[in-house]
Design a protein around this ligand. Sequence first.
Ligand code: LLP
Length: 467
Amino acid sequence: MVRRAHAFRPATIGQVIPDPLSADCSPGPLPAGVVTAGRHGPLPSHLLPETAEVDGLGRLRIGGLDVLDLAEELGTPVFIYDEEHLRRRCRESRQAFGPRVAYASKAFLCRAMAALAHEEGCCVDVSTGGELAVALAAGVPAERLVLHGNNKSVAELEAALEAGVGRIVVDSFDEIDRLSVLSGRRNGAGRRPRVLVRVTPGVEAHTHEYVMTGQDDSKFGFGLASGDASRAVERLRHLSSGVQLVGVHAHIGSQIFALEAYERALSVLVPFFNQLELEELCIGGGLGVAYVTGETAPSITEWAQVLRQAAGAAGIADLNVLSAEPGRSIVATAGLTCYTAGTIKHLPGLRTYVSVDGGMSDNPRPVLYGSGYEAFLPREVTAPRPRVVTVVGKHCESGDVLVRDACVPEDLSVGDVLATPVTGAYGHSMASNYNKVPRPPVVFVKDGRRRVVVRRETYSDLLALEA
Ligand code: LLP
């Protein structure tokens, strides 16, 4: 017998109930061993992918497959993605923002993901030549790609022009120079590149300083307040060999719950946009997702509603010009990582360390941003989690912590498969080979079938680049 583990619960707009101990992007270390009551319950179901179910034995199934069977068959660590969840979020984005909406592939990219986003009607935002190459290799038509980057090289711009990338988001005066030379050199070959000008609206979003991008002091875009944005527009409009300026772009940051930051951004962007008579105003990505107990986040649909309202209030003439680039909100909750607990070290009066077979190489977010995660056992998803342990990786440094104060079931033991939910965004994409640990595979599950879309790295792979 299989019963639904949860029904998806859309959150109230802007509703955040931050857990004081494990809120994502918390500024400092968490106090050890102290917990709040709610954290000891079973893993909240909204942190699991949408097709998650619990079988009669209490075991987790995703996409109709038993997660422990997958872990046994593919080994650990392994990234498991609910393909249906990915598809629904892409469809929701397309529905909310229309045909120009782009999936921000930096959150998680492989050919299967790029193809999926395209199949579900999204464009794909790429921010380097590498991401561009993967998206093209996936068969996404160049016309459906958007190229970003604050330091696009001549080679990257050339590759984009050669392929016929749909839109280029221009980020600096130097880039305008490069585009001018390159499009001159192409001497009318191909069509004029369509560009958006990236603007920093001077808005500080409430998020971790490393992922704030909308403030005046930023390496991204042209400042509105300084007048650089207007100067960039003038230069783009007068480029002799010609690019076609089609829009304005802004991205104020990532993991944003307080949607009023977007309202503030739009209140300055819309007047600027209105005087230019262009076809697209892209507000970037950044919608936050819930990572830990006590957090809830707005849905993509709710985010779009707030943006539309704010753009309307700021005097936009046509709401169809509004577009966006969600990344995390499409992929984060769709994915989870399964590890195997290898050693458990109890230090009386201090803490209990549970070491797993991955760590900061497959999820650097806790180390980089102090991000909080939950942990649970897929063999007993609905069990209470009264024990507090510190889940650490296998890397050679003390900072290699995955979950500082993880609540886990009482009977967690060596050999158990331990999972961290909501690892679908910026985990695999930021993974490294630190300590020569091979990167985990990625498996998509759907309707009782699984497909390995990225295989596990081998030791030969680790040596493959050496002369
Ligand atoms: N558009 C642009 C121009 C961006 O720079 C980003 C993310 C996005 C869209 C997508 O933002 P999202 O919807 O995923 O928040 N590594 C950090 C996040 C860095 C975000 C970089 N830019 C993390 O793990 O939290």
